[in-house]
Write a protein that binds this ligand. Structure first.
Ligand code: 1GP
Length: 236
């Protein structure tokens, strides 16, 4: 089952279909030992650029997931689909509004057994995703913990601490990790070096690497071994 599958994920690359990437880099990412590839982004994500990237990954042996940001970019053929719901916004479009529009548009074509909900808490005020979703990033650790408990209570499979573009607070990730049991903790944001990858891998179930791919894909490949060298919950 899909929920069990994601329990195996320690490291995931996130590719933005609106950004350029060479065949050489794509091949290297696919064979790096990462557990999955997520395709998704905030700006300029279209059916065409998403489908094109999926086609270029057609021989990839790890699962490729689409993270759906708009109903118009939904592309058939992915291993599974992740649907973000932003918990720290008051704008209902980003909580369940987009989901409603997507279901209304695609209705019976939706492969429900391949769809997972992700509960996002967006914490970098300068990230595009924070601006787009009007996220309230001015949160204390207690606020984030309460959101995590909410995700657990609602049985949402993934709680995603999103610092996209900047490195986040390890103490917060550690606290949140202690509150989650069934819900998986994804961490993404600003992983650029070994110490950061190792630090977050101690407390997050899954570490997501995005921007580094586009700045230095060879270094991004190294994040796989850095994350996987750490046993979750273990102090090195
Ligand atoms: C973005 O969480 C991911 O959605 C990864 O963040 O791009 O900062 O690595 P970075």
């Amino acid at each position: 089952m899909l929920r069990e599958k994601i329990e195996e994920f320690r490291h995931v690359f996130k590719l933005d279909p609106a950004k350029n990437i060479s065949d050489e880099a794509l091949e290297a990412l696919s064979t790096s030992g990462t557990d999955a590839i997520i395709i998704g982004g905030t700006d300029d994500v279209t059916f065409a650029n998403t489908a094109n990237l999926l086609y270029r990954l057609r021989n990839c042996l790890v699962p490729c997931f689409q993270e759906i940001s708009t109903p118009t970019s939904l592309v058939p053929g992915f291993s599974a689909y992740l649907t973000p719901t932003v918990l720290n916004t008051e704008d209902a479009r980003w909580i369940l509004g987009m989901h409603h529009q997507t279901i209304k548009r695609f209705g019976s074509f939706i492969p429900w057994d391949k769809v997972l909900l992700e509960a996002y808490v967006v914490l970098n005020p300068n990230a595009k995703v924070a601006k787009r979703t009007n996220a309230n990033t001015n949160l204390q650790i207690e606020d984030v913990i309460a959101y995590a408990q909410m995700a657990e209570w609602l049985q949402i499979p993934i709680f995603y601490v999103e610092y996209s573009g900047t490195y986040g607070r390890v103490d917060m990730v550690k606290e949140v990790s202690s509150k989650l049991k069934q819900t998986r903790l994804f961490y993404g944001g600003g992983i650029r070096g070994q110490s950061q990858a190792e630090e977050m891998a101690k407390w997050a179930d899954t570490v997501i690497v995005g921007n580094l791919i586009y700045d230095d894909w060879i270094k991004a490949i190294h994040t796989v071994k850095w994350v996987k060298s750490i046993k979750r919950g273990e102090k090195k």
